[in-house]
Write a protein that binds this ligand. Structure first.
Ligand SMILES: CCCCC/C=C/CC(=O)SCCNC(=O)CCNC(=O)[C@H](O)C(C)(C)COP(=O)(O)OP(=O)(O)OC[C@H]1O[C@@H](n2cnc3c(N)ncnc32)[C@H](O)[C@@H]1OP(=O)(O)O
Length: 419
């Protein structure tokens, strides 16, 4: 949460454009306060205005929905970054075409990226949806023709998806792998990382892979929420940050609840906090025997999330769940397996080889059958999971404002106490 302003002005990734279409979709569906995750504004705001010619309808009929969708797909294939100005135009036209005139509240002055996006959309005034759709199609068509027959997609094998700063996303052998990539910080989850994971899941849900795998780079699976998310917040910002954090948490967990394909966690090392609780929303959890499972919520003045207040007691009984979620008992991989949280444990020395061999075999199974079976298993309790998620997020929003929570985080940051 905190540090957001700092991160907002960090570098635009030059390859972010291929994520743009997904990002735009996600903005609508998933993120209530996302920002272009790999973005930096290098131009003055005045240069972000939409040129007048974009306000003019090109044809009487306008582009069809099919043209519009095809243009959105073309955006994904652009090899060259079209630049921030064009990205904002695309964003604004997309919003106008799908939602009509901008009616959302104007973001605050320090929320630089969302404010620029809002300005671009608002600048379109009452431009009719059809015209916006046509202008979007025309703009993309201009970009595609100027990008030197570039729309070549790398071969499917081991294709690394560009545009992520905190993840490495690859697709190979019918498996999309999302790897958390902050090994020096034990893959602690920053605000940007939550957002990129949501985008990656959205992309994986639509790609042609059969199975999606989440894993960590380095010695940890993840040390959970990055505790610096809660720092550098001025007193007058804190309630708003907590509110936004709760929305982010709810949306993040919601993406796991709704993920439509078989989802596998390859837990390569210790897991802490939210990286433990969400495991119950995966279909398979394979763990190295070096992994541990730790949910020190009370130590941090916090409360369970990831739907664990519902899924853990159901899975392991209220007593064992209480040991973990209330008293912060750390489980070994073998104990987590005995409780049903982990599907299977592998020796660390052969973990990667055994897990990937197994998954490659599974990925050859009929894709639709896997997907439908997963949904049949999961659909029974989706509603309950979403309700639990909303309630847990609401309670955490309050907890984050408590002295207990703030003191615990300060202790961690000043290294007076470690879990
Ligand atoms: C939008 C908000 C959603 C919020 C959802 C809420 C989720 C709740 C949770 O996830 S609660 C769990 C929070 N996590 C923790 O409490 C873990 C804190 N970290 C530790 O206890 C330890 O770092 C460790 C046990 C994971 C590893 O200890 P070790 O001694 O092996 O290594 P270091 O402590 O030296 O760590 C190396 C560097 O990584 C930084 N780091 C590790 N984890 C976190 C973290 N969670 N948040 C922030 N930073 C983390 C650590 O500070 C070191 O950085 P440095 O080298 O710059 O000092």
């Amino acid at each position: 949460m905190a540090g957001v302003t700092g991160r907002l002005v960090r570098g635009w990734c030059p390859r972010a454009v291929r994520r743009l279409s997904l990002l735009l979709t996600s903005i609508l569906q998933c993120l209530s306060f996302t920002f272009l995750p790999v973005a930096k504004f290098t131009q003055p705001f005045s240069s972000l205005q939409v040129p007048a010619q974009l306000h003019m309808s090109k044809t009487a009929m306008g582009a069809s929905q099919k043209d519009f969708e095809s243009a959105m797909n073309q955006v994904k294939l652009l090899e060259k970054d079209p630049g921030n100005e064009v990205k904002l135009k695309l964003y604004a036209l997309y919003k106008q075409a799908t939602e009509g005139p901008c009616s959302t509240p104007k973001p605050g002055v320090f929320d630089l990226i969302n404010k620029a996006k809002w300005d671009a959309w608002n600048a379109l005034g009452n431009l009719p949806k059809e015209t916006a759709r046509q202008n979007y199609v025309d703009l993309v068509s201009g970009l595609s023709s100027s990008s030197d027959s570039s729309s070549q997609v790398k071969p499917e094998a081991d294709r690394e998806q560009a545009g992520y700063e905190t993840l490495v996303m690859t697709s190979e052998d019918g498996i999309t792998k999302i790897m958390l990539n902050r090994p020096t910080k034990m893959n602690a989850l920053t605000t940007q990382m939550y957002q990129e994971i949501m985008l990656a899941l959205e992309a994986a849900s639509k790609d042609d892979s059969t199975i999606t795998v989440l894993t960590g780079n380095g010695s940890y699976f993840s040390s959970g929420n990055d505790l610096t998310n809660f720092t550098h917040i001025s007193p007058d910002e804190i309630e708003e940050k907590a509110r936004r954090g709760a929305i982010l948490l709810r949306d993040f967990v919601g993406c796991f609840i709704d993920f439509p394909k078989p989802l596998v966690a390859a837990v390569n090392g210790p897991a802490v906090g939210i990286s433990v609780t969400i495991l119950r929303l995966f279909d398979l959890v394979y763990a190295s025997d070096r992994a541990t499972f730790h949910t020190p919520f009370s130590h941090l003045g916090q409360t369970p999330e990831g739907c664990s207040s519902y899924t853990f007691p159901k899975l392991m009984g209220p007593g064992k769940a209480a040991e973990m979620l209330i008293f912060g008992k750390k489980l070994t991989a073998a104990e987590a397996c005995a409780q049903g949280l982990v599907t299977e444990v592998f020796p660390d020395s052969t973990f990667q080889k055994e897990v990937w061999t197994r998954l490659k075999a599974y990925s050859k199974l009929p894709r639709n059958a896997l997907r439908i079976s997963k949904q049949m298993i999961r659909n029974h309790e989706k509603e309950k999971l979403h309700a639990t998620n909303a309630e847990e997020s609401r309670i955490l929003q309050e907890r984050w404002l408590s002295d207990e929570c703030m003191n615990a985080i300060m202790n961690f940051l000043s290294r007076k106490a470690k879990m």
